[in-house]
Design a binder for this molecule. Structure first.
Ligand code: PGA
Length: 253
């Protein structure tokens, strides 16, 4: 049985004091919800303060990125080791990083390996652009991203995959449950080809892209979807709580 996960990607939002305020608003409510892994991914500079606040609760912490080197002269970067000290998870290969920071499959692969080496669990993002979707290239693109990011890895070791169609991110136009389920099923079949059926059955695959309290149930009800990576809606305590609660109710049945 795969434990569902709802992860909040705060992206480049909230100052440290705003992050503290937001976590304080959702801490108690989130802590009380069972059957779901609840992860929040605030900006780097808020991680230590947030970690302190969620101490003793069931809420888990993730980073939004890492550099792949362990340490050294890389001004401005955060190493896997530094993050592993604070977090259990790290988002890798988000489409915003691929698009604005030129992250290639090769870089994503290095980051995934570097994270796993220090026992950080990557939340590896894949997803196609609108024009690729319209040209019927979703399978080719997503499979290519998966293969590039996982190249040379013999095991997944707790890695999580997030299918995030780029046309759905921040647009208010989420994939339908059926669409997301279909592509996530395809991702799982690809994982089975690469790693065998057992690992494919165990790997958690989330959907991301305009998930809200209004569409969460439709998405989570799909058999292949193991949860969500939530952007905008994770910045509103009540909305994020509602998404987590709906997930718990569906999966706890
Ligand atoms: P969104 O972002 O929920 O704001 O669409 C999702 C993501 O980018 O992870």
């Amino acid at each position: 049985m795969r434990v569902p996960m709802i992860a909040g990607n705060w992206k480049m939002n909230t100052t440290v004091s705003e992050a503290v305020e937001l976590v304080s608003e959702m801490r108690q409510g989130l802590d009380q919800i069972d059957n779901v892994d609840k992860v929040i991914c605030p900006p780097f500079i808020s991680l230590a303060a947030v970690k302190e606040l969620i101490k003793g609760s069931s809420i888990k912490l993730g980073g939004q990125n890492i550099y792949f080197e362990e340490k050294g002269a890389y001004t401005g970067e955060i190493s896997p080791l530094m993050l592993a000290d604070l977090c259990e998870f790290v988002i890798i290969g988000h489409s915003e990083r691929r698009q604005y920071f030129d992250e290639t499959g090769e870089i994503t692969n290095k980051k995934v390996r570097a994270a796993l080496k220090v026992k950080l669990k990557p939340i590896l993002c894949v997803g196609e652009k609108l024009e690729e979707n319209e040209a019927g290239r979703t399978e080719e693109i997503v499979t290519g991203q998966l293969k590039a990011s996982l190249a040379g890895l013999d095991y997944l070791n707790g890695l999580i995959i997030a299918y995030e169609p780029i046309w759905a991110i921040g647009t208010g136009k989420a994939a339908t449950g059926e669409q997301a389920n279909e592509t996530i099923g395809l991702i799982r079949r690809n994982i089975a080809k690469l790693y065998g059926k057992r690992i494919a059955q165990d790997v958690r695959i989330l959907y991301g892209g305009s998930v809200t309290a209004a569409n969460a149930t439709e998405l989570i009800n799909q058999p292949e979807i193991d949860g969500a990576l939530v952007g905008g809606a994770s910045l509103k305590a009540a909305e994020f709580l509602s998404i987590v609660k709906q997930t718990s109710e569906i999966r706890g049945r």
